[in-house]
Design a protein around this ligand. Structure first.
Ligand SMILES: Cc1ncc(COP(=O)(O)O)c(C=O)c1O
Length: 368
């Protein structure tokens, strides 16, 4: 057993998730979408290799992720540099490495792409009028739909190849209607582009597909049905869909193994359980208590009571849950092992290199 804490990844589960998504999106529409894995969710070589074999494309956010994919033998044509925030030098570097597909959401970034990646294919990210997701992006990314239209016309005029509009409804999106809203808006942008004789070849409907944690999530099939209905209603028949999932492919494919460091009653009278994993070595998505992970202990079945759950560092913010109602066995004590399922997405890669001297979360790939 590796030293606690550690993350175990189950690649075969990633394969099942990929195939289930492809089947759900193909049902009803008859055409398989292009599935572009958001590498940031699980930048593990075995995952990238497996998804490459399955036929996935890859959304990369940095030169580091481009290098990871190319180093594993992924064809450069399968990459899209999808981060709208990038330096001119990084665009030039990506172009030199052979990347020819980029996303942007400002005129500034568009002009950098024109200069440093001439002739490339582009998607313009707009801010869809979708309901907030569990881990929302706010207004950090995406322009208005009107600006997306204007920028895509400008992209064509400046010699780029227009792929089409792009939106992301926020990660762990629990309302299927979010995609209908985004696709309807993308449809209007596409129609306006058609009037300018700019054919839209694809609409990128982003990631955001949710998985169940302590709370339920809508079924993939139900979301896919909403997406396919909206595509049939609002997009022209020859527009392909690109879906860009991270969490939905890798979230359920990982389990963190952690250990109880101590249990005490704090001066606030509440029971605090301190784990050897926290906000800085893997549990970043507990920020604002957005993602409610489940805890599995060897004492499950014993009486339970509420607990505040905290990480091991000396940082006051290294508390996983103090507002969320977490029930843990009253018998729990130092040294007990706890498993945290569904931690395959946004965990190991988020962990700090050595905050308070704690090493980053290690990753172990299961052969099962
Ligand atoms: C550009 C982009 N695409 C796709 C994703 C994947 O999102 P999710 O994990 O919600 O599917 C993200 C996540 O941050 C992203 O930034």
């Amino acid at each position: 057993m590796p030293e606690s804490p550690f993350l175990v990844i189950y690649p075969e589960r990633v394969r099942e998730n990929y195939r289930a998504l492809r089947a759900a999106m193909s049902a009803g529409s008859g055409t398989a979408p292009r599935i572009r894995f958001a590498v940031k969710a699980g930048p593990v070589p075995e995952i990238v290799r497996l998804l490459d074999e399955e036929g996935a494309e890859f959304d990369v956010a940095s030169i580091g992720e481009i290098d990871l994919c190319l180093g594993l033998g992924v064809a450069v044509g399968k990459l899209c540099y999808g981060n709208p925030i990038k330096k001119a030098a990084d665009i030039a570097r990506a172009f030199a490495l052979g990347v020819r597909r980029f996303a942007f959401d400002t005129e500034d970034d568009l002009l950098r792409i024109v200069e440093h990646a001439p002739g490339s294919e582009v998607e313009c990210r707009f801010l869809a009028a979708a309901p907030e997701s569990r881990t929302p992006f706010g207004v950090k990314f995406g322009c208005t739909p009107g600006e997306a239209f204007r920028l895509l016309v400008r992209a064509r005029d400046l010699g780029l190849v227009v792929a089409g509009p792009y939106f992301h409804v926020g990660s762990q999106q629990l309302d299927p209607d979010a995609w209908r809203i985004g696709i309807e808006q993308a449809g209007r942008i596409s129609e306006a582009l058609a009037d300018k004789e700019i054919p839209v070849t694809s609409v990128n409907i982003g990631g955001g597909l949710p998985i169940p944690y302590a709370d339920p999530a809508p079924a993939l099939g139900d979301i896919a049905a909403v997406i396919n209905r909206a595509a049939a209603e609002f997009l022209s028949g020859d527009t392909g869909l690109v879906v860009e999932p991270g969490r939905a492919l890798v979230g359920s494919a990982g389990t963190i193994h952690t250990e109880v460091v101590s249990v005490r009653t704090a001066p606030d009278g509440r029971r605090w359980v301190y784990l050897d994993v926290g906000r800085y070595n893997g549990m970043a998505e507990t920020e604002n208590e957005y993602i409610a992970y489940r805890f599995v202990t060897d004492r499950d079945g014993d009486p339970v009571d509420e607990a505040v759950v905290a990480g091991p560092t000396c940082d006051g913010d290294d508390v996983l849950y103090q507002r969320t109602r977490v029930l843990l066995p009253t018998t729990l004590r130092a040294g007990d092992r706890i498993r945290i399922p569904d931690t395959g997405a946004y965990t190991a890669s988020y962990s700090s290199v050595s905050f308070n001297g704690f090493p980053p979360l290690t990753v172990h790939v299961s052969g099962d």
